[in-house]
Write a protein that binds this ligand. Structure first.
Ligand code: ASP
Length: 355
């Protein structure tokens, strides 16, 4: 997948305060209406025509624009690898990174990047828009300008937000805690189990106690994924053949069990036995709640005790989006059952509450 390099000349006087790399992957943000009224990806080199205010930023801006922008419904780990590699290779040349991405799978990609970039000490801010940049009421301008300011933010030379985040509709969230919750209004994202890292108003107010501490350790890129995983969402009335078909998928290595409430599931023998047999055959099963807020607590109710006993891994308060990326990366790094469990239950970069 190729990309073009575009330098944006801001006319701000004096030395730029910071250098920021924008990685434009696609999504609604970069759409414009053609003569027939249809939405088409725009040419990123014309960004100043759409957002002239960028000229006022005292930043050195460079854009890597995907030659073929992707609607994020077509996101795959291969594109996560490309984004991760670009950031890794350009890491020393920029103070921060902004990734322009479709909103549909932004939370999955931000989660994946947070796990891929170990020891991150610079901001990687994902953003996008609910309305295309060509629309009069588009949220693209506000989202991009704030994301750039956050990507460049420092205090006494120290980076303020050394994390992979999502900035959207005046709020900054930890990427791996975020979910897309709205497809019509502008407040598309939320993070039920972790406070916002910043809020933008007259000023950008940073929630310093919620932001990860900075590290001097060297950046490490993890770019291997095992995609032989499945999601088994439980629901009242699910039948045996549905469960068995999922667990019998060829080559299956991991299953995310989407349970009720605090991690509860049916206690029917056929269901528990099917899961137990999969675990015995070497498949890792991870318990994630269907509730966006709260956490899994295996053993709290009778209806989750058996899951604990057969070796289902407690996913605590991981989002489904973070669980998918974490499971894919973990399975690429470990094959031993207890090592997989240990890795999943440990917080790598603030994605779950260990206690
Ligand atoms: N389908 C679009 C995407 O995710 C939606 C958006 O960008 O908001 O790429």
């Amino acid at each position: 997948m190729k990309h073009d390099r575009i330098n944006i000349i801001t006319s701000a006087p004096g030395e730029p305060e910071a250098a920021v790399l924008i990685i434009y992957t696609g999504g609604t943000f970069g759409m414009i209406h053609d003569e027939s009224g249809a939405l088409q990806p725009f040419d990123f080199s014309s960004i100043l025509e759409h957002i002239p205010a960028l000229r006022q930023l005292e930043l050195k801006l460079t854009v890597f624009a995907f030659e073929t922008p992707v609607d994020s419904s077509n996101m795959i780990p291969g594109i996560w690898k490309k984004i991760g590699k670009l950031i890794f290779e350009e890491y020393d040349h920029f103070d921060g990174f902004v990734v322009l991405h479709g909103t549909d799978t932004m939370a999955y990609s931000a989660s994946a990047l947070s796990f891929m970039l170990q020891n991150l000490s610079k901001p990687v801010i994902f953003t996008g828009a609910q309305l295309p940049i060509s629309s009069l009421r588009s949220d693209a301008r506000e989202n991009l300008i704030n994301a750039l300011e956050i990507a460049a933010a420092k205090v006494n030379g120290r980076v303020l937000v050394p994390e992979v985040c999502i900035y959207f509709d005046y709020k900054l969230f930890r990427g791996n805690r975020t979910k897309k919750v709205e497809s019509v209004f502008f407040d598309a994202f939320n993070s039920e189990n972790y406070p916002a890292l910043a809020e933008s108003g007259v000023e950008i107010n940073y929630n310093l106690s919620a932001i990860s501490p900075n590290t001097d350790a060297e950046l490490i890129l993890h770019d291997k994924f095992v995609d032989q995983i499945a999601i088994l969402k439980i629901f009242p009335g699910m039948n045996k053949s549905y469960v068995k078909a999922i667990l019998a998928a060829p080559g299956l290595k991991g299953v995310i069990l989407e349970t009720y409430g605090a991690g509860n599931a049916p206690t029917f023998d056929w269901f528990v036995n099917a899961l137990a047999a999969s675990i015995r055959s070497g498949i890792s099963v991870l318990n994630i709640s269907q509730c966006p807020g709260g956490r899994v607590q295996q053993g709290r109710y009778q209806t989750s005790k058996q899951l604990l006993e057969i070796g289902v891994i407690d996913g605590k308060d991981l989002t489904l989006e973070a669980a998918i990326a974490k499971l894919m990366i973990t399975l690429a790094q470990a094959s031993d059952k207890s090592e997989i469990e240990h890795k999943i239950k440990r917080s790598w970069c603030g994605e779950l509450s260990e206690k």
